[in-house]
Write a protein that binds this ligand. Structure first.
Ligand code: BMA
Length: 317
């Protein structure tokens, strides 16, 4: 790691690891996958697949090493269900998965594309075959949500990104039952002006629980004359009061550089929705969508991210 180019994340040499060409049925693109490490060590990606209508559904891909030899479900694993869930009219997108020991279940929080814009929906599963939907838990416009893996005091906590004006920030809300949400708190504000994370930010994968706090990888959207650039930054939040910011990095730590990140349906986008943490409890496999067209893998170290945050903390607006 050097100061100018802190290579916090290393791209895998097999990138992109999944594209539409790998799919057993016709799709336009595959990107922005939620991730779960299964009890047998298998990496499960819950991939966002977009069809040629432009609507997305979710499909499972499994791999023993999390790198190659993906076994992809022969048809959509979790298709949108607009008949029973009108909020899924235009598809479901960008899942974030949290294993919740108290429930013995995976909680999937995803974007439901309603006729009034994207909202946040929640479903539970034990096996990624059957899904129990709770429906819309945050009305539009809201997305980029993930559940924390255990209660904070008595309440479940969920990070999300409502849009109510020209700037969009990260919020956190609390619930006694995963259905009813309140005590909404502003968690992290988009910066302003020339910053890489000016005006619009959002949670990327679920936060990582560390002894020092919740380590959050978030995306910032810089709008330029040539379009938007999606990059990643780091922040740390208090373990017991997760809306309390402890540190925020100044520089972005990962951005589009490779052709599969710069060119595709939406160029200049890196968009992770999940990771696995390896048995050393430090190495992370970060899975991200590249240019809304493929899935790629970058590896990193939680300790290195923490060290970098300590060295690059700056809460400037
Ligand atoms: C955001 C997300 C992603 C997407 C990105 C770039 O709004 O919701 O679905 O990867 O835009 O198009």
């Amino acid at each position: 790691m050097n100061h100018l180019h802190p290579e916090l994340f290393r791209r895998h040499k097999l990138n992109p690891i999944l594209t539409a060409a790998d799919w057993p049925y016709p799709i336009n693109s595959v990107f922005n996958a939620g991730v779960a490490l299964m009890p047998d060590g298998t990496t499960l990606l819950l991939c966002r697949c977009e069809d040629r209508r432009g609507h997305s559904h979710l499909c499972v891909a499994r791999s023993a090493n999390g790198i190659d030899d993906w076994q992809i479900d022969p048809q959509p694993t979790m298709p949108a269900d607009p008949e029973h869930h009108p909020e899924e009219l235009w598809g479901i997108e960008d899942p974030r998965i949290t294993f919740v020991p108290e429930l013995g279940k995976y909680v999937i929080v995803y974007t439901a594309y309603t006729r009034d814009g994207p909202g946040v929906a929640l479903a539970l599963t034990e096996d990624f075959h059957q899904f129990e939907r709770y429906g819309l838990i945050m009305p539009p416009e809201d997305k980029d949500a993930a559940l924390l893996p255990h209660r904070i005091g008595e309440y479940w906590a969920m990070i999300h990104r409502p849009v109510g004006g020209p700037r969009a920030h990260m919020w956190i809300s609390y619930s006694p039952d995963l259905r009813h949400w309140g005590s909404h708190k502003l968690m992290l504000e988009a910066r302003r002006g020339a910053w890489w994370d000016a005006n619009k930010i959002g949670l990327s994968p679920p936060p990582i629980e560390t002894p020092e706090g919740w380590l959050v990888i978030y995306h910032g959207v810089r709008v330029t004359a040539a379009g938007a650039i999606y990059r990643l930054g780091l922040a740390l939040f208090d373990l017991n009061t997760p809306e309390r910011l402890i540190m925020r990095g100044e520089d972005w730590v990962f951005g589009p550089e490779e052709p599969y990140e710069m060119h595709g349906d939406v160029g200049n986008v890196v968009f992770p929705c999940g990771y696995t943490i390896l048995p050393d409890n430090d190495t992370i496999h970060l899975y991200y969508g590249g240019a809304d067209s493929c899935i790629a893998l970058a590896t990193g170290s939680i300790n290195n991210m923490m060290e970098w945050l300590h060295a690059n903390n700056g809460q400037t607006q």
